[in-house]
Design a protein around this ligand. Sequence first.
Ligand SMILES: Nc1ncnc2c1ncn2[C@@H]1O[C@H](COP(=O)(O)OP(=O)(O)O)[C@@H](O)[C@H]1O
Ligand SMILES: [Mg+2]
Length: 220
Amino acid sequence: MRLSIIELEDVSFHSDEKSILENISFNVEKGDFISIIGSSGSGKSTLLKLIGHLISPTDGHIRINEKDIYEYDPVELRKDISYCFQIPSLFGDKVRENIEFPYYIRNLKLDNKRVDELFSMFQMDMDILNQDIKSISGGERQRIALIRSLLFKPEVLLLDEITSALDEKNTRIVEDIIATLNGEGITILWVTHNLEQSRKYANKLLTVEKGKIKSMEVLR
Ligand SMILES: Nc1ncnc2c1ncn2[C@@H]1O[C@H](COP(=O)(O)OP(=O)(O)O)[C@@H](O)[C@H]1O
Ligand SMILES: [Mg+2]
């Protein structure tokens, strides 16, 4: 039996009387690659935000490695469970600051070898490090945010429509990187609009409809 790394038990999220998620229960096992699909407004992003503890459930329990999510220090939790947004925010003035940040918060020196390795995996030119964050495209922004999340490998990666601004070639590059990371043992939860993408590498397919789980299909 594989270990459940994340457990949701009767999780609901309400905002201003409005029910956004209702009675969500499922387990994520270590090493899972779960694609999450569902129409716009069905609650997919809210679900990822709950698991990343960016917001807290109105009802129910979320456990990470069998411990209630509330018992973790949010800063520490974010090192293990990394959330990548569809429209990521970069900070500072230059792209470089975003790559330096994960080292800075850990009191570590920048690991040039790791940075080189990631830029070559993403087939990105490192000259972008000197660019102003205001001058880069949406697709570049998505990949820089992803590189920032991967400098230190998290246990779980929460991905929210991270290829929405990428062309076909870069989408494929990102898909292959995520599949490789999953092969190395990183657990993946990936919200996507793209049905082909949702079935490509995932072992489970979770469909959300109007704030509820419609189905959890085992793919492989
Ligand atoms: N903090 C919030 N306050 C009010 N409404 C919200 C909040 N977050 C999400 N919603 C609403 O909840 C629903 C689900 O949103 P979301 O999780 O972003 O859906 P999806 O990612 O599937 O498109 C939408 O109707 C959205 O407008
Ligand atoms: Mg969304």
